[in-house]
Design a binder for this molecule. Structure first.
Ligand code: PDD
Length: 277
């Protein structure tokens, strides 16, 4: 695997990251995952734009232009000979002795990345997955794609231990999103999803799906819904860069709809497939 570390493309053995990196001590940084299809980056500009927005929200300056980081991602695709897979990019607030407050602004941020061959989740896309409701105990800035993922990690593990592919967060009686995905529900031909507030990450795949709904004349209401309403949806899907449009066929121990991927889900999957480079 070829890695990107502050301007250089290196093999893993040659990577040298400081033990004082604030990503390691505090999770003090931000990241992105960008999908690669047939050797081409998918929605790269949107992901890189969000990386800069996340960095700005935590008062961190990235010493590259958006175009330069897109070029880094492209180079990682080439160097790792990725046909289908993804690129990971991360920016931390640099290496400095461990004190909570920011280091001096002369301390450079650390930009790293790698590319990974990773097939599309075809079985999940065709058959759907089971998910588990988990209490959303995360902080109130879930709009930032932060490296601090402990709430997400604990939730996903809880779901996995019950044989579920994803944890669905519930905060104050409403569903927010998945531990690494967004959730949509379909009822009587209308698509519902949590609005893009501070309580969720506004997924790039979420935004693509909203566009696909509009293009295909499927009405959308960006309004939160409750677990009770979710149990009664005709269809549920989770979306993310790696999960694409994955049908949810079971929520806790209840079957959703008829227990197989529904018609709107299939329509969105087909429309999504047409977007893939
Ligand atoms: N996760 N919500 C959360 C909390 C996420 O971590 C993600 C993505 C999403 C979906 O965003 P997008 O469609 O832009 O991938 C929503 C990535 C894939 C991850 O952490 O691996």
């Amino acid at each position: 695997t070829t890695y990107f570390i502050d301007g250089q493309f290196l093999s893993k053995e040659d990577v040298n990251i400081s033990i004082d990196d604030r990503g390691y001590y505090f999770g003090d940084g931000v990241y992105e995952v960008i999908k690669v299809y047939n050797g081409s980056l998918f929605t790269a500009a949107e992901h890189i734009a969000r990386l800069f927005q996340s960095a700005q929200k935590i008062k961190m300056t990235i010493p590259y232009s958006e175009q330069q980081l897109i070029d880094v991602a492209k180079e990682l695709v080439k160097a790792n000979e990725i046909s289908t897979g993804h690129i990971y990019l991360q920016v931390t607030r640099g290496a400095a002795p461990r004190v909570h407050q920011f280091p001096d602004f002369s301390v450079p941020v650390v930009v790293t990345g790698y590319g990974l061959v990773n097939p599309r989740p075809t079985t999940n896309l065709e058959k759907g997955v089971a998910v588990k409701l988990v209490e959303d105990v995360r902080w109130l800035r879930c709009d930032i794609k932060s490296l601090n993922l402990l709430g997400n990690v604990l939730a996903k593990q809880e779901a996995y231990e019950e044989g579920c592919a994803e944890a669905i967060f519930v905060r104050d009686g409403i569903i927010t999103e998945g531990s690494s995905s967004n959730l949509f529900g379909m009822k009587d031909g209308i698509v519902y999803t949590h609005p893009a507030t501070n309580l969720i990450l506004n997924g790039i795949t979420r935004q693509v799906v909203l566009q696909l709904c509009e293009e295909n004349g499927i009405p959308v209401v960006e309004k939160p819904f409750t677990p009770q309403e979710a149990f009664e949806m005709d269809e549920l899907i989770i979306t993310s860069t790696t999960a694409e449009v994955t049908p949810v066929i079971q929520l806790d121990d209840k079957e959703i709809g008829t227990g197989i991927p529904g018609p709107i889900t299939k329509k969105l999957q087909a429309a999504f497939a047409l977007r893939i480079p």
